[in-house]
Ligand binder design. Structure first.
Ligand SMILES: Cc1cc2nc3c(=O)[nH]c(=O)nc-3n(C[C@H](O)[C@H](O)[C@H](O)COP(=O)(O)O)c2cc1C
Length: 190
């Protein structure tokens, strides 16, 4: 599949078929993440690949448990956004594969490493799309970052969770979400 086709076809998938994915396919996708560019070639990404459905459920429940009324208020009042956390957690519960993407805590490299991790995750989304698999990039894990790392046996004093990624066979075909037109976001200097 051409890169441009994958870029156009990729969607966030929030409904998955109950079909398991071969471990080699997961490795192939992780490898494409591994090949992403990174600031100073630091390759800050670390992965936990979770295929165990009970464990995936546990992570979703942990997110729900840690999302407090205060978080909900902040989200509504300050960010002017309806919190999506509970719905994201319910989507996680039905996903066949959950990848945790985490990195070492390092204040100096914080922004560079996070940008690098974005490139890594997008590589994985595009490769999954090419393999006819759906993905959902998740940051609502934020409310339970440390708890999720602890569940996975990772030292939350040293590492932080950047994002999670669901992978599976899509059970929906969402249409493309709106994008701002180029005319609104590009300034030319000629
Ligand atoms: C950094 C990041 C965090 C996201 N977190 C969530 C999330 O927690 N829950 C969710 O349902 N979607 C999440 N998304 C998916 C976005 O909502 C989605 O990419 C956006 O609405 C555009 O839709 P599309 O991916 O289908 O083009 C996230 C996407 C990104 C890039």
């Amino acid at each position: 599949m051409e890169t441009k086709v994958a870029i156009n076809k990729r969607r966030s998938i929030r409904k998955y078929k109950n079909i398991s994915i071969d471990e080699n396919v997961v490795l192939d996708i992780l490898n494409c993440g591994r090949l992403a560019p990174s600031a100073k070639n630091r390759q800050p990404w670390r992965f936990v690949a979770i295929l165990d459905k009970t464990f995936i459920h546990k992570i979703a429940d942990t997110i729900i448990k840690n999302f407090s009324e205060e978080d909900e208020l902040i989200s509504k009042q300050l960010l002017n956004a309806n919190p999506s956390v509970i719905s994201t957690a319910n989507i996680i519960k039905k996903a066949p594969i959950l990848i945790l993407i985490y990195k070492e805590i390092h204040s100096y490299w914080e922004i560079s490493d996070s940008l690098s991790i974005g490139a890594c995750i997008q590589n994985m989304c595009l490769r999954a799309c090419e393999l006819k698999l759906g993905t959902l990039w998740i940051r609502d894990t934020f409310y339970a970052n440390n708890e999720i790392l602890k569940l996975a046996g990772i030292d939350s004093d040293k590492f932080e969770l950047s994002s999670a990624l669901l992978i599976g066979v899509a059970d929906e075909e969402p249409s493309a979400r709106d994008r701002k037109p180029l005319s609104e976001i590009v300034k030319w200097i000629k």
